[in-house]
Design a protein around this ligand. Structure first.
Ligand code: ATP
Length: 323
């Protein structure tokens, strides 16, 4: 291996910069050249690639977002686009790549490697959703749940002051990990996630019980991909049946993607960046780096693409007990 390229792709997440920094510094430490590729696979195709040195990643570990930018690139879906990408990588002398992104990014890498096996890819899980198989934590998740928790705590203050019922929507189109963690941490009365059936009757009963037992505020955390259709729709359904509550909806939205990465985010992202670079140097390819039980593990891309992290049913049961 002579030169490693690094890029970020798909949705951005806090901690990506810490991971980029770790890749660059590890590659240089091992005597390899390293290049940054901007705007995901779009940068491969446009040749938006630049050589990086020690200072290219100075003072970025604490920044959210990604200095390499991110993009969704439709041209990479075509063999012509991927051929153009290959020619640019060859021109820059890149023979190994650390891909920081989600399962779409790893799908693109797998297809590319079938056509151009001389280029090796190792992935780092960059997504706030925490839904990737093969890791206990994805880069961005810890910061996102802390951001959501702090926002929900603030909403709880105003909900308590006015005896209100709040439906708070958090990110998670296909997975409820953000909702589950932020909801448990804020003592939510209910947490509605895509992985489980949304029982509106059961929810109404629980909220009525809360009213009769003089709870002075109620919070229902809703993942955006919940089967009932998100916080606004659920609030409407509940409003039609529970007139005694003053009901409000809050959509947390993109604040969950931004912000300074938490301490553990920076540590885990750094570990994964180091491990990914070392894996490439050791000849590994087609795998995603993860941390499971505090150990670095390697999961083949095809497995991360096919399967997703399962929600722990004990957590779902716990919410009912504690609320
Ligand atoms: P997130 O979890 O944040 O959505 P992701 O990596 O899954 O991250 P996607 O937008 O699904 O995000 O994929 C990122 C990019 O990977 C796409 O914009 C596209 O360039 C490339 N890609 C995804 N699927 C394919 C595919 N089947 N063939 C070629 N390239 C693909």
């Amino acid at each position: 291996m002579k030169k490693i390229g690094v890029f970020t792709s798909g949705g951005d997440s806090p901690g990506m910069n810490a991971c980029i920094r770790a890749v660059v510094r590890t590659a240089l430490h091992e005597g390899l050249a390293v290049a940054g590729i901007r705007r995901g696979y779009q940068g491969f195709i446009d040749g938006d690639i630049y050589d990086m040195d020690h200072h290219s990643v100075s003072n970025i570990i604490q920044q959210g977002g990604t200095i390499l930018r991110s993009a969704r690139c439709s041209e990479f879906h075509s063999p012509e686009g991927r051929q153009q990408a290959y020619e640019n990588l060859a021109k820059f002398g890149i023979d190994g790549i650390v891909a920081i992104g989600g399962d779409g990014t790893f799908t693109g890498a797998s297809i590319f490697m079938q056509e151009h096996p001389e280029i090796k890819f190792v992935g780092c899980p960059g997504t706030i959703d925490n839904d990737l198989l093969g890791t206990d934590y994805t880069i961005g998740y810890d910061t996102a749940i802390n951001t959501a928790m702090e926002a929900i705590d603030k909403i709880r203050d105003t909900a308590s002051a006015h005896d209100r019922l709040f439906f708070i929507e958090v990110m998670g189109r296909d997975a409820g990990f953000i909702a589950m963690a932020a909801g448990i941490a804020t003592g939510a009365e209910a947490i509605l996630i895509p992985e489980t059936h949304t029982d509106i009757e059961g929810l109404i009963k629980k909220l009525e019980w809360g009213w009769e037992n003089k709870k002075n505020s109620s919070i229902v955390v809703v993942a955006e991909g919940d089967e009932a259709g998100g916080a606004h729709k659920i609030a409407e359904m509940v409003k039609a049946r529970l007139s005694r509550y003053e009901i409000k909806v809050s959509i947390l939205g993109h604040i969950q993607r931004g912000g300074r990465p938490s301490c553990m985010e920076r540590v885990r992202a750094s570990r994964m960046g180091v491990a990914a670079t070392q894996a490439l140097i050791a000849g590994k390819s087609n795998v995603m780096i993860g941390i499971v039980n505090n150990q670095i593990v390697y999961t083949p891309f095809h497995q991360c693409i096919k399967e997703h992290q399962q929600m722990d049913s004990a957590l779902v049961e716990m919410v009912d007990v504690l609320s």
